[in-house]
Design a protein around this ligand. Structure first.
Ligand code: AMP
Length: 285
């Protein structure tokens, strides 16, 4: 990985806007990777790809209060500014944007974006208002950073669809790139929330990807009945006492509509609470 000669660290929204305007004036293209920090290899893969796709790479770290519900882990979410800056520098980030909540949501803030249908199922069903918070902050960040291309992980599959829909519906001039899920050797999808897990919980959490793998194996073997596929996944989860299942579903990979018979392009997705970590993962069939 190339090291950025000098990474700009920016906190202020106006300063970030001015920097992006300057880059555009020079005819430079901008790639953007929004994150909530506690960076891991999953985030860094997005950044490395962004580096290839534009002249300048902007990455943001913002733990967005609007996408956390009451009782969720907003306050406890891992913050590691120094570690994040170091990783961003080593990945070649040109501008590290660390806005503060008071500037993103100034007093009197009252405008939100809702992607009405895609935000309803899966994570939206148990995290009310989550995707409204995500869509709103991503649109704000797009307006501030003015990227030509923005990169998101397929780990947050529903989020990726919500953002693509918003970009299409609101005619935003940005290309959205969805990147493959980066996993630990054990199969566990990398996540900032994995830091909440003890070693024993981590071992149990591996069964999430195993359950999805089992569904895919049965699908590839010709099984199409969604309930039968889901049963095989649930068995893996219960055999390993993975934790409390929030959902395990197979849905259309574009619309997230329920399917009774699975077909290629559908997605099997789950959320499971392991200890105090609510973990999500998915596999495309
Ligand atoms: P987060 O910091 O969790 O909000 O994630 C920021 C971005 O990184 C989102 O687009 C995520 O989908 C992506 N991301 C997080 N974990 C992974 C992973 N294991 N593999 C690929 N992308 C990821």
């Amino acid at each position: 990985m190339t090291e950025s000669i000098r990474m700009n660290v920016v906190k202020g929204v106006d300063e970030m806007k001015a920097l992006s305007r300057g880059l555009k004036r020079e005819g430079k293209t901008i790639a953007f990777v929004p994150t909530m920090g506690a960076l891991h290899e999953g985030h860094l893969t997005l950044m490395a790809e962004g580096k290839k796709r534009a002249d300048a790479l902007v990455a943001s770290v913002f733990v967005n209060p609007a996408q956390f519900g009451p009782g969720e882990d907003y306050k406890k979410y891992t913050r590691d500014t120094e570690g994040d800056l170091d990783k961003m520098r080593r990945t070649g980030v040109d501008v590290a944007f660390f806005p503060v909540p008071e500037e993103i949501y100034p007093p009197g803030f009252q405008t939100y974006v809702e992607v009405t249908e895609l935000e309803k199922p899966l994570c939206g069903a148990s995290r009310h208002g989550h995707f409204r918070g995500v869509a709103t902050v991503v649109l704000k960040l797009f307006n501030i950073v003015k990227p030509d291309v923005a990169l998101f992980g397929r780990k947050d599959y529903q989020q990726l669809l919500v953002i693509k829909r918003m970009v299409r519906d609101l005619d935003l001039d940005v290309e959205i790139v969805g990147m493959p899920i980066v996993r630990e050797a054990s199969g566990l999808a990398m996540s900032s929330r994995n830091a909440y897990l003890s070693e024993e919980q981590k071992a149990r959490a591996c069964s999430l990807s195993k359950a999805l793998g089992e569904i895919k194996r049965k699908f590839d073997g010709g099984e199409r009945d969604a309930s039968a596929l889901l049963e095989s996944g649930k068995r893996v989860l219960s055999d390993s006492s993975a934790g409390e299942i929030d959902y395990l579903e197979i849905r259309n990979g574009d619309t997230l509509e329920e399917v009774k018979l699975a077909s290629p392009g559908d997605v099997a997705a789950l959320a499971v609470k392991v200890g105090r970590a609510r973990l999500i993962d998915n596999i495309e069939l």
